[in-house]
Write a protein that binds this ligand. Sequence first.
Ligand code: ATP
Ligand code: MG
Length: 381
Amino acid sequence: MREVLQVRFGEIHLKGLNRPYFMRMLVERIKAAVKEINGHVWLSDSRVYVSDMTDMEECIRRVTKVFGVHSVCRAIEMDKSDFTAICAQAAELLKDYRGTFKVDARRSDKRYPMDSPTINIEMGGYLLDHLPELTVDVHHPALTLSVEIRDMAYLYTHPIMAVGGMPVGTNGRATLLLSGGIDSPVAGWMIAKRGVTVSAVHFYSFPYTSERAREKVLDLARILSESLCGIRVHVVPFTDIQMQIHEKCHEDYTTIIMRRYMMRIANAIAKKEKSNGLITGESIGQVASQTMQALACTDAVVDMPVYRPLIGFDKQEIIEIAQKIGTMETSSLPYEDCCTVFTPRHPATRPKMEIILDGESKLDSEALIQAALDGTEVFDL
Ligand code: ATP
Ligand code: MG
C-alpha cells in the first residue's frame, strides 16, 4: 500500500483518434513538471499517476499547473484482492470525519467479483458498522469516498481542481507581444492554456526605458515559463524607430504608428519561427490605441491572425487572473514602457489611414525594421 497522485485530464476526452497523441504529450508535460522532485509518472487504464515524489504538496502544486490536467487526487493505492482490507483502509481514511457521506465505486476491472452498486453497499455498511459518527446521504453527502477498482484498488476523498486546458505543444505556436504590464502576460498564459507553444517579443527603447524595465520583462517571462514549458524571448531595440516616429509623424498618431511597427516586426519574427499567429493583451477601449478603429489599423499591417484573449475583459478581471498565475506582483513594479515614454497628449481614437500612411511614408521603414531585427537578442528561459 502507498500514496500516489492520481491525475485526471479534461478536454482530452473529446479527442477521438488523436487521443493517444494528446495523452502522450500530457504525460511528457507532467514528467517534466515533477522531474526535480523525482516523481515517477505512468499511464494506466486511461489515468495518469505520479508516485515516489520527494514532496507530495509540491507535487500537487506543480501538477495542478500543467495545462491539460483537470484535477488531481491524493489516492491510496493497494492490492484489490482482499476487499475487507480495502474497507479497513477506507475506515482508517475516514476515522476523524463526522457527518454525511456516500461511497462512490467505479470498477474498470469487469472480472472483479463485485459490481459497483454492490461495492457501494458493502463498503458503506462496513463504514457504518465501524464508524458510528457517520451517516449516509446518497443525494447530498458532505463527503464522497471514491473507490476505483482497476489494476489496483484506489481510495480517495477530495479531488483538487487543476488548471484545465490542453497540453502545451498540441496546438501550434504563437508569438506574444510582451510588455512589462499586467495584460500581456495574462494574454500569453491564456493562449498557452489552449495547448499553444508561446514565444515572446519585447520592444525596448534604451535609454528612454531602463535596463531594469527590460529585466522586469525577462522576470515576467521566467514566471510564465513554468506553465508555458519554457519560453523564448526576443528583445528588440526600438529606440531608433520611436525617435523617427516622434520627429516625423503627427503627434496624435505616434502611438498608433508605433504599434503598427511593433506588429510588423513581431510578424516578421513570428514568420521566422513558424508561428501561426500573434498574441496581444489588448481589450476594447482600454486605451486610445485599443478602440476598434485603432485595432483595425494595427491589424492591417500583419498577414497572420492576431489573438487577443482579453478583448472583452475588464481590468479587474485581468488582475484576478494575473494574481492567480503569479505575474501580478512583478507586473505592478514601477517601470517605463516604450509606449508610455512618448505618449501623445491627444492620441487619435479614430485614426485616419491617410494620416497614418502619410506619416509612415516619411520613414525608411524597411531599413529601420531590418536594423531592429538585426539587433534583436534572444533568450531561452
Ligand atoms: P500591458 O498591460 O500588457 O502592458 P498596456 O495596458 O500597456 O498592456 P498598451 O501599452 O496599449 O497596453 O499595449 C497593448 C499591447 O501591446 C500589450 O498588451 C502588449 O501585447 C503590446 N505591447 C505594448 N508594449 C509593448 C512592448 N514594449 N513590447 C512588446 N509588446 C508590447
Ligand atoms: Mg493593457
